[in-house]
Design a protein around this ligand. Structure first.
Ligand code: ADP
Ligand code: MG
Ligand code: MG
Length: 345
C-alpha cells in the first residue's frame, strides 16, 4: 500500500510563486520513490483549493505564473474530496496563511500527520515580537529592538520617535511583526525616514518592531529533527544591495549562497548550537532555517530569526545546506515525511 502524500502549495501570501517552485522540486523528488502516491493540492491566490488533477497541471506548467484563478463568480471555500484520502500532508507554503500555523491547525483538525512545525512553533516563528521575546528568555543574543502597536504609535508618534532614536540610534530597521520575504521592511537613517517607514509598516500589520541596524555578515543554518534536532553545516548570503530586501531575494543573480561559510570553527559551532536552541525554544519539529548576523569587528553572533517553512526550491539554502551536509534533496524529503509520521505516532 502506497503512502498518499498531500503536497500543499501556492497560497495567498506574497511568496506564492516561490511556493510553486519549491513544490515542483519536491514533487519531482517524491515521484521518483515508489513508496509514495503523490497528490498535489494547489491553493490559488484567492485561497481556494484545487483538486489533484488541476494542481498537477500547475506543477507541470513551465512559466512561473500559474493561470489566473477563478473569475468573479463566488465559490465557497471547500476541501477537494481527494483530501479525505491523504495519509500525510507536506505543506510547502510560505508567509501568512501557510507558514504561520493557520494551515497547520487545519491539518491538525483533519487528524493527519503533516511535515514540519506544529501550530505553536509556526505561529510564534512568524511573529517577530513574540519570537524575539522568547529568544531573549532563552538567552540568545540578538540586536536591540523596540516593539510597538499601530495604536500606540498613533497616540504619540513624537515621543515614540524620540524614544526609538535614543534607544536604538541610526540606522535602524522597521518591520511589520508578522511577515516575511522582507516585505514592509525599511532601513532608516533619520527621524523623517523613521516616520515614513513606520507609516508603511503599520499598513502591513497592527504590530511592528524597530531594530538597531548592525553591519554584519548574514549566516544561515538548517535544522532537521523532532526531539533530537540536528544542525547542518553553515552557509552565508552575500549581495551588493543595501540589505537583503525583496528584490535581492527573488531576482536571479542578485544574491549568492556560499556553502560552507568561511568562518572560524568556534563561530560555526556557536551558530549551530544557537540554531538548535532556537528550534527547541519554539518547540519546533521537522525543519527550520535559523538566520544570524555575524558582526566580524567584535566576533559576535546575533540571532536574527527562525523560518519554520523555509524556501525549498532545488537552489534554496535549506536543502542546499543539507545536501552539503550529506543528505541529498530526495533523502531530505523522505526524512521529513518520516519525522511527520514519527511525531504523530
Ligand atoms: P524577513 O523575515 O522578511 O526575512 P528579516 O528580519 O530577516 O525579515 O530582515 C530582512 C533583511 O533585512 C535581513 O536579511 C537583513 O539583510 C536586513 N536586516 C533586518 N534587520 C536588520 C538589522 N537589525 N541589522 C541589519 N540588517 C538587518
Ligand atoms: Mg523571515
Ligand atoms: Mg529573513
Amino acid at each position: 500500500e502506497k503512502l498518499r502524500v498531500g503536497l500543499l502549495f501556492g497560497g495567498q501570501s506574497g511568496e506564492h510563486e516561490v511556493s510553486i517552485t519549491s513544490a515542483k522540486a519536491i514533487a519531482s523528488a517524491l515521484s521518483q520513490n515508489s513508496r509514495y502516491d503523490l497528490q498535489p493540492f494547489y491553493i490559488q491566490k484567492d485561497g481556494l483549493w484545487c483538486n489533484p488533477t488541476k494542481s498537477q497541471a500547475v506543477l507541470q506548467q513551465t512559466q512561473a505564473e500559474p493561470s489566473a484563478s477563478s473569475n468573479s463568480q463566488v465559490i465557497q471555500w471547500q476541501l477537494p474530496i481527494e483530501a479525505n484520502q491523504i495519509d500525510v500532508w507536506f505543506p510547502v507554503l510560505h508567509g501568512p496563511n501557510g507558514e504561520d500555523g493557520t494551515v497547520q491547525g487545519l491539518l491538525q483538525l483533519m487528524q493527519k500527520p503533516y511535515v514540519g512545525n506544529g501550530v505553536l512553533a509556526s505561529a510564534v516563528g512568524m511573529d517577530k515580537i513574540l519570537m524575539k521575546s522568547l529568544f531573549a528568555q532563552a538567552g540568545l543574543a540578538q540586536v536591540k529592538y523596540v516593539a510597538l502597536s499601530r495604536w500606540q504609535w498613533q497616540q504619540e508618534p513624537e515621543s515614540w520617535g524620540e524614544y526609538i532614536e535614543t534607544e536604538l540610534g541610526y540606522p535602524c530597521f522597521v518591520k511589520p511583526s508578522n511577515l516575511g520575504s522582507s516585505v514592509g521592511i525599511s532601513k532608516v537613517r533619520d527621524l523623517a525616514q523613521l516616520e515614513v517607514a513606520i507609516a508603511s509598516a503599520i499598513g502591513y500589520d497592527s504590530r511592528i518592531i524597530v531594530e538597531q541596524g548592525v553591519t554584519a555578515r548574514e549566516i544561515e543554518c538548517a535544522v532537521l529533527g523532532n526531539d533530537q534536532p540536528q544542525a547542518s553545516i553553515v552557509g552565508e548570503i552575500t549581495y551588493k544591495s543595501d540589505f537583503y530586501d525583496y528584490e535581492t531575494k527573488y531576482t536571479a543573480g542578485m544574491a549568492e549562497l556560499i556553502i560552507p561559510a568561511n568562518l572560524p570553527s568556534e563561530v560555526i559551532e556557536a551558530v549551530q548550537a544557537m540554531s538548535v536552541k532556537a528550534f527547541q525554544t519554539l518547540a519546533g519539529s521537522g525543519l527550520a532555517r535559523v538566520d544570524f548576523f555575524y558582526v566580524e569587528s567584535t566576533a559576535t553572533v546575533l540571532i536574527n530569526e527562525i523560518n519554520t517553512l523555509p524556501g525549498f526550491t532545488a537552489l534554496s539554502m535549506y536543502p542546499k545546506l543539507w545536501e552539503y551536509s550529506g543528505i541529498p534533496f530526495a533523502d531530505l524529503c523522505d526524512r521529513l515525511i518520516d519525522l511527520a509520521l514519527e511525531k504523530s505516532s
